[in-house]
Design a binder for this molecule. Structure first.
Ligand code: ADP
Length: 295
């Protein structure tokens, strides 16, 4: 049995890998099925710097039933932070998916700096708009591959500088082969905080004009939390941001607040104006505690 233990263990892990691969292949198929309906645009160019975002009377449903986004109109000025609030199922993630054109609306227009996003090349759109979520996709590859997605124009010195800037210097210094160190797919070799910071590092390196952040709702340890706070502050300089907010601390960064309900705007306004109005939904949310209401 001693002799067999190793090969059996090897077969077991290979089986596991195959199962994982199968799951990712079906996810990829799903994504292609969705994307095949999306027509690439003619190539309108989005300028460098922070982007303005306009949703104009946008209607969208996943199936032809009840609209998930129901005549939504909202604006984000360049360089500002929009705090997007609403309970689970209100349509927050769908807004992110529409902005990246994983789906197109049935009617209405989504524009970046007055350009209909359907007029941009998908590759250009997805370079200028970054989505940072809690589920960070770590690919099987080196640290460099994971941070640049094979964009050879990003120099190693830039990558290392960003890692230090985000408080990952000590983590990076411990990597045996520097940027050539391999990361396990799924990020199993990383802590939640490290994975999140790596996702931020990607954003800095591609320098998008709009960042959509779906912040982690789970608690991180205080040191990671502190690093995260700093990273987010840097992330927001000279960029527009839509922040899907789950926590009070995050909401405090927002210039403008939109509260969604059933894919519609329940309330919208400048954060300090809404916060100062005791009758606003926002101040009621603040009083009750976002964590409870938006759980
Ligand atoms: P939130 O991010 O605010 O929790 P979502 O945008 O994820 O809300 O979901 C809005 C609504 O759309 C929900 O009712 C949800 O069930 C539905 N929905 C989300 N994704 C899909 C999908 N891929 N297919 C069908 N319905 C979906």
């Amino acid at each position: 049995t001693e002799l067999l233990a190793k090969p059996i263990e090897k077969i077991r892990t290979q089986m596991e890998d195959l199962q994982k691969a199968d799951a990712s292949i079906s996810r990829i198929r799903e994504l292609f099925a969705i994307q095949s309906k999306i027509q690439d645009g003619p190539g309108a160019v989005l300028p460098d710097g922070p982007l303005r975002v306009d949703f104009k009377d946008v209607v969208f449903s996943y199936d032809d039933d009840q609209p998930t986004i129901d005549h939504l109109t909202m604006t984000l000025k360049p360089g500002e932070v929009l705090g997007l609030l609403g309970r689970t199922g209100s349509g927050k993630s769908t807004i992110a998916r529409l902005l990246l054109r994983f789906y197109d609306p049935q009617s209405g227009v989504i524009a970046l700096n007055s350009t209909d996003i359907r007029d941009c090349k998908l590759a250009e759109l997805r370079k200028r708009v970054a989505l940072v979520t809690q589920n960070i996709e770590i690919i099987q590859g080196t640290i460099r591959d994971n941070l640049t997605f094979y964009d050879a124009s990003i120099r190693d010195e830039q990558i290392v500088a960003v890692l230090h800037e985000l408080g990952l210097g000590a983590w990076y210094d411990a990597m045996p082969e520097g940027l050539d160190t391999g990361l396990a797919s799924g990020g199993s070799s990383l802590s939640a905080g490290e994975a999140q910071l790596l996702a931020f590092a990607r954003v800095f390196l591609t320098n998008p004009g709009l960042v959509i952040m779906d912040e982690a709702s789970s608690r991180l340890d205080p040191l990671t939390e502190q690093r995260m706070e700093k990273a987010v502050s840097k992330l927001l300089t000279e960029r527009s941001c839509i922040m899907i907010a789950h926590r009070l601390a995050t909401v405090q960064r927002a210039d403008h607040i939109v509260i969604l309900d059933g894919g519609r705007v329940l309330e919208s306004g400048r954060r300090e104006v809404l916060a100062a109005d005791p009758n606003s939904r926002f101040s009621q949310l603040l009083a009750t505690g976002l964590e409870e209401v938006l759980a």
